[in-house]
Design a protein around this ligand. Structure first.
Ligand code: URA
Length: 272
């Protein structure tokens, strides 16, 4: 029998942050508040050396209650492995809730709302408090704004550390040159980080290439996810989607359908 490890949850001071009601910063016309907040992934025990900030949780994250576990998360995991980190990281998003729709109104809200900044600040402060974080990775514009809002109000760039901006891991889907832009951005980040002082594994600073970057993903480790989740939920294949009603034989209420439903499919190989 395989022994799976699991994420132990929320120690102090994060337990109090999790218990606090935070929904007021996230209006329900812009966020899927009905699916609940999704807080983090990675180490909250003061051992994280790298802080990653992403954008907002999507379908896989909503189901497993940890952020950055789907395609975007597996690309980030691959990047971390390249710089030598497979355990000593922690991740949060610029938005605690999944964003509903896309566009300037949502981006502006996440980037400019004092309530969002005030809600995110204690998380960042608590992550930085042990003074172990030596690198902050900002994936996309919302992450950059999240970090800038925090440091403008609280200071707190890691002493002797670096803050590196990268394109969002799934920004390659925007425009024909999206893949090239993503690869260029992540390659530039590798150059800024090398040589990295991280040694969970031997770093490999080989540059990304447009032809192969989509394969440079890494599975989410068991110790990042809540107890009891089956192995296939950490795997590289897509298993959760917000279903398109046009593709569902008998879409049932409530509507809007996509907002109200999450379709989880167990891989055929896992059915006994
Ligand atoms: N999932 C997340 O949790 N964050 C992102 O930025 C993208 C996908």
């Amino acid at each position: 029998m395989t022994t799976l490890k699991h994420c132990p949850g929320y120690p102090s001071p994060f337990a109090a942050l999790v218990d606090k009601s935070v929904v007021t910063a996230y209006p329900n016309d812009k966020f899927r508040v009905e699916w609940g907040p999704i807080f983090h992934r990675g180490r909250l025990d003061g051992t994280a050396q790298v802080l990653c900030i992403g954008q907002d949780p999507a379908a896989h994250e909503t189901f497993v209650r940890r952020i950055l576990v789907g395609e975007a998360g597996q690309r980030v995991q691959g990047f971390l492995k390249k710089i030598g980190i497979t355990r000593h990281y922690v991740m949060i998003n610029a938005s605690l809730y999944s964003e509903y729709g896309s566009g300037a109104a949502i981006t502006n809200h996440v980037e400019s709302s004092p309530d969002v900044a005030a809600e995110r600040a204690p998380w960042i402060a608590a992550i930085l408090a042990p003074k172990k974080v030596k690198l902050v990775l900002l994936f996309g514009g919302q992450a950059k704004a999240c970090w800038t809002n925090y440091t403008a109000a609280h200071g707190g760039a890691p002493a002797g550390g670096a803050v590196v901006e990268l394109a969002h891991p799934t920004s390659d889907s925007y425009g024909a040159d999206g893949p090239q832009k993503l690869v260029d951005s992540w390659n530039n980040a590798l150059k800024l980080i090398e040589p990295a002082p991280f040694h969970d594994v031997t770093p490999d600073f080989t540059q990304y290439a447009v032809a192969t970057y989509t394969a440079q993903v890494t599975e989410i480790p068991d110790f990042d996810l809540p107890a009891g989740l089956p192995t296939w939920m950490r795997a590289l294949d897509t298993w959760a989607v917000r279903p398109d009603p046009a593709k569902v034989p008998d879409p049932s209420p409530p509507t809007p359908y996509k907002r109200a439903h999450l379709l989880v499919t167990v891989p055929a190989t896992e059915i006994p």
